[in-house]
Design a protein around this ligand. Structure first.
Ligand SMILES: Cc1ncc(COP(=O)(O)O)c(C=O)c1O
Length: 477
């Protein structure tokens, strides 16, 4: 193939039309449950070997094989990791963005994309109740978003210019966060040189919410040990159980001690669009910064995360670097030169897909989605309660539910093994996709109800299937 053939618009047109047909069939078969497999599990070496032997050629065969070897998030029996089944139109936005490839670190390399990133942030800040001095940008994922926000927090509250001077000749710094927070918060702190001791883990209560009654005591201990706490992080919600920390007391605590208040709302941020569940995120408007993932609860393809600041000017203080090949002045606040505030230099048009979703369907779609899957989790919790032999880890706040099969008379280790076996068998069969987590020493099966077409009947079948696998296993022992 020559370069001319590779760039031939007619080749693209023909391949594109065929691919759209394939994907529309894929969507139909998954959404309607015509295809029974959520995943067709194969061993990693096996899949790798198949690709090693791939001889290239027809793109359509390639597309079909990738689909076969992937996890189908559009299947209503997908209920695994917190990844959305994207609204299909958003994928067309992705195709557009990939083709034009505007690497919009600077305005000139993506005028529309730059404005759209700003617009999607405005939708979120408005829904949170923040005013015109708020704002933000979109980055590549919640992990990077939390790190970026915490860097801003350190610049604002450490009491010295950590960015210019480094941290080593200063008093050791620390942040406070729930013991159930996502691991990326600790990772961010450790990337910042805070060390393990610089992450003060606040214990949780029986519902896995941060014990805000312990904040003062832990803060005093940190001070006594010579650490300067500069930020406290609330989880809205935690990853394992979907528990929303009570934000107002954390905000009060932060205000009393002059700390930056950051909220990791990577999963639960979309709750701001729901009237029914808005109370879960009460107090989010008191935060200094908030992270929300579009690719989790906002029906958008990975990866896109809003990093939002109550005072947008703070977001310019994180990185103050001169880069004469990109912009003339390092210090000026130009909202439209995004690389000044983000890790990315070459930047995808992250906000475009969510904006396309909003302008096509409106924010009501997110409200409807949040209400649907949160309601469904409550129904599932009731089903678990009514099904003999099953136990719920905790009443769900949102669409994440942890449960296990626990027939009487088995010891803790045997129960863990049994539930691990259930999960392995469900994965091997591939009709349901769910995951597992550990809370303390206990292994739980875990669903994130990410697909709005999952039904209560399917969840009842899931319990029956889990029980069937468990009983087969117990009969073998
Ligand atoms: C609460 C929370 N924060 C952050 C993250 C990390 O986000 P990302 O996967 O977009 O990096 C996750 C991912 O599950 C999460 O649940």
């Amino acid at each position: 193939m020559s370069l001319h053939t590779a760039y031939d618009p007619e080749f693209f047109r023909a391949q594109g039309h065929q691919l759209i047909d394939t994907l529309a069939d894929y969507l139909h078969n998954n959404l309607q449950g015509v295809d029974k497999q959520v995943i067709s599990w194969r061993e990693p070496e096996d899949v790798y070997e198949e690709w090693r032997r791939d001889e290239g050629g027809d793109p359509q065969a390639f597309f079909r094989r990738v689909l076969e070897q992937s996890t189908h998030t559009h299947h209503p029996q997908y209920m695994g990791h917190q990844i959305s089944p994207p609204v299909p139109i958003t994928a067309l936005g992705g195709l557009l963005a990939d083709l034009i490839n505007n690497g919009m670190g600077v305005y000139e390399m993506g005028m529309a994309g730059t404005a759209l990133d700003r617009r999607v942030c405005e939708y979120l800040t408005t829904a949170m109740g923040w005013g015109p001095s708020s704002g933000g940008f979109v980055t590549a994922g919640g992990s990077l978003g939390n790190l970026t926000a915490l860097l801003a927090a350190r610049q604002a509250q450490a009491g010295f210019d950590a960015w210019q001077e480094g941290v080593y000749e200063h008093q050791p710094l620390a942040i406070m966060v729930s013991a159930q927070s996502h691991y990326c918060v600790s990772r961010a702190a450790q990337v910042m040189g805070l060390g393990e001791a610089g992450v003060i883990k606040v214990p949780v209560d029986a519902h896995y919410h941060m014990r805000t009654d312990l904040l003062e005591e832990l803060f005093a201990e940190a001070e006594l040990s010579g650490r300067k706490v500069f930020a406290v992080v609330g989880s809205a919600c935690t990853t394992a159980t979907g528990s929303f920390d009570e934000l107002p007391p954390i905000a009060d605590f932060a205000r009393r001690h002059g700390l930056w208040f950051h909220v990791d709302a990577a999963h639960g941020g979309a709750t701001v669009f729901s009237d029914k569940y808005r109370d879960l995120v009460n107090g989010i408007e008191l935060a200094d910064s908030v992270v929300m993932d579009f690719h989790k609860m906002m029906l958008t393809p990975a990866i896109a995360t809003a990093v939002l600041f109550k005072e947008e000017r703070r977001s310019y203080e994180t990185f103050t670097q001169k880069a004469f090949y990109l912009w003339d002045k390092g210090q000026t606040q130009e909202w439209y030169n995004l690389a000044k505030r983000t890790f990315e230099c070459t930047k995808q048009m992250f906000g475009l897909k969510f904006y396309l979703l909003l302008r096509t369907f409106g924010t009501d779609l997110i409200r409807e989605f949040v209400d649907t899957v949160y309601d469904l989790a409550k129904t599932f919790a009731a089903q678990i309660g009514a099904h003999p032999g099953f136990e719920l880890a905790v009443q769900p706040d949102c669409n994440i539910v942890c449960f296990r099969y626990c027939p009487p008379g088995m010891d803790a280790e045997a129960l863990n093994e049994l539930n691990q076996h259930i999960r392995n068998e469900l994965l091997r069969e591939g009709h349901f996709y769910l995951v597992q987590t550990r809370l303390g020493d206990t292994l739980w099966l875990r669903v994130s109800l990410m697909n709005p077409f999952t039904s209560a009947k399917m969840l009842e079948t899931l319990l029956d299937e889990a029980e069937r696998h468990a009983k087969l296993r117990l009969a073998q022992d």
